[in-house]
Ligand binder design. Structure first.
Ligand code: 13P
Length: 251
């Protein structure tokens, strides 16, 4: 069966507007359009407007969203402000969960808000090193999925993209082995089997120190449908090398 991929770059709190524009232009020049590979960039909010229409090959998403449409929420961004600028929204990145104390109940509201506004949620889940060492990885993943998807209909769950990001592998240079990642991806797919028909159609991305050197082995795993890339998405050469790898496998 032909494999399709999503290769996504999460820039986190990096790149000015000018740097973002330069990156998108350079990447657009460098890559070929490929039907089997969808390319997404999650820039800082300040760059979204300037790059949202720069390339037909690169889709744009936001790194966060608030669950109310408007009101006295200083510093937050409403889905109404993102409509027509982005198609995707990251929800529940571990940095949002850990540093900004976002709870699964908040993320559940954010997913519902995104869906209401026809934005595709990219839901991040993953365990800490302590949880992995205690043998609680799968229990943790199940808890996050159950709580984050509470009250959602099957049809809504089908428009969510999942990203498994083991927290111990983010920005550390340490990657989950392809077998470790596949084990969790297979488990996520099994959980989704209980919630939707055709769970094989759902994209489950891997994130955590993905680089050109390890991307082939990770993307070749049965249940890995793409990558969510932090550090290596900041350099056109590294990010485009991972895109090229995915194009070879998708062929
Ligand atoms: P790194 O690729 O830098 O480990 O970051 C992964 C990540 O958090 C993407 O959302």
């Amino acid at each position: 069966m032909k494999k399709e991929f999503i290769i996504a770059g999460n820039w986190k709190m990096n790149k000015t507007v000018e740097e973002s524009i330069d990156f998108i232009k350079e990447l657009d020049d460098k890559i070929e359009a490929n039907e089997g590979v969808r390319i997404l960039i999650f820039p800082p909010f300040t760059s979204i407007y300037s790059i949202s229409n720069l390339s037909d090959k690169i889709k744009i998403g936001s790194q966060n969203i608030f669950y109310e449409d408007r009101g006295a929420y200083t510093g937050e961004i409403s889905p109404l402000m993102l409509k027509n600028l982005v198609d995707y929204v990251l929800i529940g990145h571990s940095e949002r969960r850990e540093i900004f104390k976002e709870l699964d109940s908040d993320l559940n509201k954010k997913i519902k808000t995104a869906l209401r506004h026809k934005l595709n949620p990219v839901l991040c889940i993953g365990e800490t090193l302590e949880q992995r060492e205690r043998g609680e990885t799968l229990k943790r993943i199940k808890k996050q999925i159950d709580e984050d998807l509470k009250g959602l209909k099957a049809q809504e769950i089908k428009s969510i993209i999942f990203a498994y990001e083991p927290i111990w592998a983010i920005g550390t240079g340490e990657t989950a082995s392809p077998a470790q990642a596949q084990e969790v991806h297979g488990f996520i797919r099994k959980l989704l089997e209980e919630k939707v028909e055709n769970p094989e159609d759902i994209f489950i991305l891997y994130g955590g120190s993905v680089k050109p050197e390890n991307s082939f082995d990770l993307l070749s795993q049965k249940d890995i449908n793409g990558a969510l890339i932090g550090g290596a998405s900041l350099k056109v050469d590294l990010f485009s090398a991972i895109i090229e790898t995915s194009c070879k496998i998708a062929k």
